[in-house]
Ligand binder design. Structure first.
Ligand SMILES: [Zn+2]
Length: 407
């Protein structure tokens, strides 16, 4: 497949190149520029900007239905599954060819997408969130005894959170998550915004419990990422050996320096906070939860600056939850407005691929990489709102196959 006459933005941060061509063979990018081999299928990309397939480093495909209905268990499994499958397809349609699910699905969902039975992106997933009893991740009604928590899981489809209250619990739960197919592990080490029993200032899990998860991940050749808002929780997790911080709301100069010296990445999540501020009803959540988002919005922006100044790798994640996750690209729009369109794109491609540990496979349009390439009608570096417009994504090549073409 010979993609020609395109403006190429390769994801490395290099300037766009007009009139460029990309050769795709056997699912891989085999050449940039040059001349097409005889018999190549020519795909005219005039007026289009080619970029690497986007990567969302923080998604919750397991929370694809109305949140109140989800936590009050009023939906049949068929509807939960239908909403998840639709979200997978919609995510790919918006130009995201890879996502990292940060908690709530069973490996079965990733498997059914990988088999090609439903449309969707490449999914790296941690299975359930790992938290303490009453910690962020246990999205249960307060009246309900914790003994009933696990009964709401749907084996093979949805797996909300494993609760650990000792290092031994953590070791068992992490090992069980790996047995069920987890690619990495996510812990909650502070309270959260969408949280029923805690505050943003709470710390959760002990350093020893975090260390056990880090040890088990190291034994598997993978890593721990943590949900963390406050500094005490973030610093404790970094000292315990985690490799990535989600949200990172209160990262300041001192915390960023600690993260940089330990090679820990930061994945800020603006889109979900914006949603909660604008309309908690979008996710079906009560106003009390939306009120928590106030302040987080401003602080998370300051945290991005602190991470950048310290040289911390800054990825990008939308953290969208609930029905109607049709604006995943809004995370790039928000970051483009705050930093630059190029910074947003590099975070969502090369940097995210590096954070996910798959930079040798995807994340840039370079010779030898898997062919995950998308095309925008127009240039999102000039018009960043295109990042958030699924109809502007007119061509999607995933693993070398055309999965969308509305040129
Ligand atoms: Zn999340």
């Amino acid at each position: 497949m010979w993609l020609t006459n395109a403006t190429l933005v390769d994801g490395t941060g290099a300037d766009p190149v007009d009139g460029q061509a990309v050769l795709v063979e056997d699912g891989r990018i085999s050449a940039i520029g040059g001349t097409p081999p005889a018999g190549a299928e020519v795909v005219d990309c005039s007026g289009l900007t080619l970029t690497p397939g986007l990567i969302d480093a923080h998604v919750h495909l397991g929370w694809s239905s109305d949140m109140i209905a989800t936590v009050s268990h009023t939906l049949p499994v068929a509807e939960l599954a239908a909403d998840m499958f639709a979200n997978c397809a919609q995510t790919l349609d918006a130009g995201f060819t890879t996502v990292r699910d940060c908690g709530g699905i069973d490996g079965g969902l990733a498997g059914v997408v990988a088999k090609g039975k439903i449309a969707g992106p490449r999914i790296l997933q941690c299975g359930p969130i790992q938290c303490q009893t009453g910690g962020h991740g246990q999205v249960a009604n307060p009246w309900e005894p914790t003994e009933l928590w696990a009964t709401h899981d749907v084996p093979g489809l949805r797996h909300g959170a494993f609760l650990s209250n000792s290092p031994d619990d953590m070791r068992r739960n992490v090992r069980e998550s790996f047995r069920r197919g987890a690619d990495f592990i996510k812990l909650c080490v502070t309270g959260g915004v969408v949280s029923f029993h805690d505050k943003l200032t709470d710390t959760q899990l002990t350093e020893e419990e975090i260390r056990v998860a880090v040890e088990e991940c190291a034994a598997r050749g993978t890593y721990v990422t943590v949900h963390a808002h406050n500094k005490v929780g973030i610093q404790r997790a970094v000292r315990a050996g985690v490799k990535c911080v989600e949200h990172g709301t209160d990262i300041d100069e001192e915390t960023a320096a600690l993260m940089a010296s330990h090679g820990v990445a930061h994945v800020p999540t603006l889109a979900v906070v914006r949603d909660l501020l604008d309309n908690a009803g979008t996710a079906g959540l009560p106003p009390a939860i939306a009120a928590r988002a106030h302040g987080v919005w401003e602080r998370m922006h300051t945290a991005i600056l602190a991470s950048r100044a310290a040289g911390v790798r800054v990825g990008l994640g939308s953290d969208l939850i609930g029905l109607g996750q049709d604006h995943r690209g809004n995370e790039l729009v928000l970051r483009a407005a705050f930093e630059s369109p190029m910074a947003a794109l590099v975070s969502a491609t090369a940097t995210n691929a590096d954070i996910l540990g798959i930079a040798d496979q995807v994340g840039t349009v370079e010779t030898g990489k898997q062919a995950d390439i998308i095309a925008f009608a127009g240039n999102p570096l000039d018009t960043p709102t295109l990042f958030g417009d699924q109809f502007a994504v007119t061509l999607i090549i995933h693993n070398g196959r055309v999965v969308k073409d509305i040129r």
